[in-house]
Ligand binder design. Structure first.
Ligand code: A2P
Length: 285
């Protein structure tokens, strides 16, 4: 069962018993040339969770950062590493091959969490893909298996076919698109909710409501947004390449938003989706 975070929680317990650090560094849109430095800055600031994907083109640089950190005392086992299977590789055998390639790039012998990046309803291979994930988990090569961008009908199909409830569904989620229905489905099924684009890709940092709450708490708008996710029980992976912003984005466990702050942020929901709609996205390029 995904357990909701309280004000001091820094991990979420997944339905398979493993724990994931609540706040991780996301490296979507982090250029490969800046990734190693960003991940090292995050580890130096105390992060123990990094979220990449085959599609981001920076798994190798994440691996270099992890290897470098291991030499300075942050062991591989101390860091929770997530990557995602790209769309073109869906299918049983192709998933096994793609996983091997990701692990070679990352330089790891086990992965903490592997996600199916998109459901691709027209391609209709996510069940076979997830069966390969289960095989890799049974072999001990992955600790937890999950999905990304799945809508309720995709989750139901997956669970009915495989008997396995994904540990995590990583979805677009920010105050403009807070996804209450999907979060409710996750809570009922025991799936942890993970938020991508948690800052609205930066678009919410100048929002007047967020700025006002930040000023009242003596915090930055990014910290308020990250704290909002933590209080909703979301796992959250803000992206930044700037070491100061990386550090401050992690500094969210010494304050709490009030019910009225949470209610004000809830008024920002206007359904704005910044990324593709998972129900119609079938891109395999
Ligand atoms: P940068 O990498 O230059 O810091 P999201 O995680 O929702 O995708 O948002 C990422 C965007 O928000 C990036 O443009 C990132 O820019 C910016 N960003 C992340 N943290 C902060 C922060 N603390 N202050 C200002 N901008 C931030």
């Amino acid at each position: 069962m995904a357990s909701p975070s309280n004000s001091s929680a820094s991990t979420v317990v997944l339905n398979d018993g493993h724990s994931i650090p609540t706040v991780g560094l996301g490296v979507w849109q982090t250029p490969a040339g800046e990734t190693e430095r960003a991940v090292r800055a995050a580890l130096d600031a105390g992060y123990r969770h990094v979220d990449t994907a085959a599609a981001y083109g920076n798994e190798e640089e994440v691996g270099l950062a992890l290897a470098g950190a291991a030499e300075t005392g942050v062991a591989r086992d101390d860091v929770y590493v997530v990557t995602k299977l790209w769309n073109a590789d869906q299918g049983y055998d192709s998933t096994l091959r793609a996983f091997d390639l990701s692990m070679t790039k990352l330089g790891l012998d086990y992965l903490d969490l592997y996600l199916v990046h998109w459901p691709l309803p027209e391609v209709n291979r996510f069940v076979d893909t997830f069966r390969a994930f289960a095989h890799l988990r049974d072999q001990g090569r992955i600790r937890s298996i999950g999905v990304s961008n799945f809508e309720p009908e995709h989750l139901t199909t997956l669970v009915d076919a495989t008997g396995i409830v994904p540990a995590v569904n990583q979805i677009e989620l920010h105050p403009l698109l807070p996804q209450p229905e999907l979060r409710e489905v996750h809570a009922k099924m025991g799936i942890a909710t993970e938020a991508w684009s948690p800052l609205g890709q930066g678009s919410l940092l100048e929002n007047a409501t967020v700025v006002d709450i930040a000023e009242a708490h003596g915090k930055t708008p990014a910290q308020v947004l990250i704290r909002w996710h933590v209080q909703l029980g979301n796992i959250v992976i803000p992206k930044s390449v700037n070491p100061d912003r990386i550090a401050s984005n992690f500094d969210v466990f010494d304050f709490a938003l009030s019910d009225s702050d949470m209610a004000s942020i809830a008024t920002l929901d206007d359904g704005t989706r910044l990324g593709p709609d998972p129900r119609t996205f079938n891109f395999t390029g």
